[in-house]
Structures are given as structure tokens and as C-alpha cells.
Design a protein around this ligand. Structure first.
Ligand SMILES: [Fe+2]
Ligand SMILES: [Fe+2]
Length: 246
């Protein structure tokens, strides 16, 4: 594991698991990511021309669907979950997160790069879960959930790594593919982080704007008297003009 990635996961895990309300949101994000992986895998089942891989993709899809449910159940175990629960219910969240959109991952990447992606993403997930578990985060029940899912993820890493090795022997540039995919994932993470910072900072500015610019107008404002108001009488010249037209 890279030193930077480990340092980042360590810092982020403190924020994600210890700040009230964040664990539910992180678990909901995991559930959505697992659901997105399930869809990618089902699309691969349909698109692949390799009979040997079709079965593996299908088993993988079933695993990811089960993980999505396990994480969603864990979110609901927390009780009142607010935004996390709303995210779980909102199917549009998948589109917004860019997990599903237009072409499937398999169609965009082709089989070799898709397998490299599966290997890179699964290996990242295993590293991430291991950091949480080594740090004893978050609570024993969620740790048990992570351990259950980790067994499947280790299997996903093993089979995708074996496939990547086969591709290497066939002459595919898998090292470059993995490198490019890792860079793309770092960039996507940066964009997600930037969006979160942007949302947070714009919230602060809008609050300041409300109190500093809008609130003082209240001091000068008068409420209008209620009830019926007398209609202003029509001016005589307008009345005469209207009669002349008629
Ligand atoms: Fe998974
Ligand atoms: Fe997985």
C-alpha cells in the first residue's frame, strides 16, 4: 500500500467513523458503490464473449448485491439516518454518483481494461477495510460486517489478479492499464473531495449573506394592513377615452 494512500485513509477514517452522523453516510455510500458494482458485473455477464468469465462475473454480481444489502441493513440498524437513508432510497443517486450512466463500464473499457479495473478497485477496497479493522473502527457490529464482506472481496482480488496475469502473458499492457486506472481513481477522489469542500464553503457564504445582506431589510420593512383595500378610482380622462372607444 502506498504511504500516501495509507495516510489519507487513516485521516479520513477518523473523520468518517468518529463524527456523529458520518458512519451512516459512509455505509450508505458503500452500499451504493456495491450496488453499482453489481450492475457493472451484470452488464459484463451480458457483454462478454468469454464463456469462462460469464459465470465468474455472475457470481461476482451476486456477491456485490449481497454486500449492498448488508451495508444498507447496517445503515438502518443505526435508526434515524436522515440523509444516508434518503440516499439509499433514491435511485437517482446512482446516476448522480456516475456509477451508472450512458455506456456500461464494460462497453467503455473492453474486457482487458475492465478486468484490470476490477482488480484495482477490489484491491483498493481490501486495503481500505483492512485499515479500518487494524484501527478498531468503527464499532464491533460494523467490524463484523466488514469482516464478512472482506472474505468475498479477497476472493474478488484473487480471481481478477489471476485474470490480469493471464492477460499479461498474452501480451496486454496491463501494468500501464492499472497505472492509468489508479491515476483516474485519484483524480475522481479529488473531484469528489472538491465538490464536498465547495458544498461546505458555499453553505457558510450563503449563511453569512443571509444575515448580513438580507436580514437588515427586516428593520425597514412594514407589514401591510390586512383585509379589503379600497380600489383607487379611475381617472376621468381614462374613463372618457374608454367610453369613446366603445
Ligand atoms: Fe463488494
Ligand atoms: Fe468486490
Amino acid at each position: 500500500m502506498g504511504v500516501f494512500r495509507r495516510a489519507w485513509l487513516t485521516v479520513a477514517s477518523e473523520f468518517s467513523w468518529r463524527v456523529p452522523g458520518r458512519p451512516q453516510r459512509l455505509l450508505a455510500a458503500f452500499s451504493l458503490a456495491e450496488r453499482g458494482s453489481m450492475m457493472d458485473m451484470l452488464a459484463a455477464v451480458e457483454a462478454t464473449t468469454r464463456r469462462d468469465m460469464r459465470r465468474k462475473y455472475f457470481i461476482h454480481a451476486l456477491d456485490e448485491g449481497r454486500h449492498a444489502r448488508i451495508f444498507a441493513d447496517r445503515v438502518r440498524d443505526f435508526g434515524q439516518t436522515g440523509r444516508a437513508d434518503a440516499a439509499l432510497e433514491d435511485s437517482g443517486q446512482l446516476v448522480e454518483a456516475g456509477i451508472v450512466g450512458g455506456k456500461t463500464l464494460f462497453e467503455r473499457f473492453g474486457e482487458a481494461k475492465f478486468l484490470a479495473f476490477v482488480y484495482v478497485a477490489e484491491a483498493d477496497a481490501v486495503e481500505q477495510f483492512n485499515v479500518y479493522l487494524e484501527r478498531g473502527l468503527p464499532d464491533p457490529a460494523t467490524q463484523a460486517t466488514l469482516r464478512t464482506i472482506l472474505k468475498d472481496e479477497v476472493f474478488h482480488v484473487a480471481y481478477s489478479r489471476a485474470e490480469v496475469e493471464k492477460l499479461r502473458k498474452e501480451g496486454h499492457a496491463v501494468d500501464k492499464m492499472c497505472r492509468d486506472l489508479r491515476m483516474a481513481r485519484v483524480w475522481e477522489r479529488y473531484l469528489r473531495f472538491s465538490r464536498d469542500v465547495g458544498t461546505f464553503v458555499s453553505g457558510i457564504w450563503l449563511t453569512i449573506l443571509y444575515f448580513v445582506v438580507l436580514a437588515p431589510f427586516r428593520l425597514f420593512a412594514r407589514t401591510e394592513g390586512g383585509g379589503w383595500q379600497p380600489a383607487s378610482a379611475p381617472r376621468a380622462d381614462r374613463l372618457a377615452a374608454a367610453r369613446a372607444e366603445g
